[in-house]
Unconditional design. Structure first.
Length: 205
């Protein structure tokens, strides 16, 4: 509520004799923080999301280099759900997926059979399954797709927005604390100057 009154003080002009430079300074700091909250923090979030999306898209494209997607056939499902070795996202959809025993042909025409990750909607024996392999035809972890990269970039943008807003608020609080200290120091000086004469007004000689 004090911040609202500070902003109103700016709009009312400088004609109020009770206002001092320190009061105007606090009001301008509050107004500047409000502008940064409304414009600066969202802009930082959008810029962070765009930068993260570009970086993740490049990373996903780099992952796809040297990999090949082949169509295989499900032999039988593998009970349970497993995670990719070394994947830190143990609870994500990408890290924990159903696995199946599948058969496929490499780009060189060699028939292979092995355990591979499948999508949640992959059917039973005889169903088609998309398998990612390296140049030798060995199954590998699927690369990050564009949708997953964009989701991570969006989360990064939200994090950047929250960080920027937090920095603005921390800066505002720090400056406001210094302004309040100066106000109290000024009041102490004024009280010290007028205190000895308190209650003497109107007394005759």
């Amino acid at each position: 509520m004090r911040d609202v009154w500070a902003l109103l003080a700016i709009l009312r002009g400088r004609g109020n004799p009770l206002r001092h430079a320190v009061d105007r300074r606090e009001a301008w700091v509050t107004l500047g923080a409000l502008v940064l909250w409304v414009l600066g923090a969202p802009a930082a979030g959008l810029a962070g999301a765009a930068a993260a999306d570009a970086a993740l898209q490049r990373s996903a494209a780099a992952e796809r280099e040297g990999l090949h997607a082949v169509d295989g056939v499900v032999v039988r499902p593998v009970p349970g759900r497993e995670r990719y070795p070394g994947d830190p996202e143990a609870t994500s959809e990408r890290a924990v997926r159903p696995w199946v025993l599948a058969s496929w042909r490499t780009r060189g025409g060699v028939r292979r059979t092995g355990k591979v990750p499948a999508d949640a909607d992959t059917g039973g024996p005889g169903s088609a399954v998309r398998i990612w392999t390296d140049a030798a035809g060995v199954p590998v972890e699927p690369p990050m797709d564009a949708r997953t990269a964009r989701t991570h970039a969006l989360l990064g943008g939200v994090g950047t927005f929250l960080l920027a807003a937090g920095c603005v608020d921390a800066g505002r609080r720090l400056v406001a604390r210094r302004v309040v200290r100066r106000r109290y120091a000024r009041l102490d000086r004024e009280w010290a100057a007028t205190g000895p004469d308190w209650g003497r007004a109107g007394k005759g000689g």
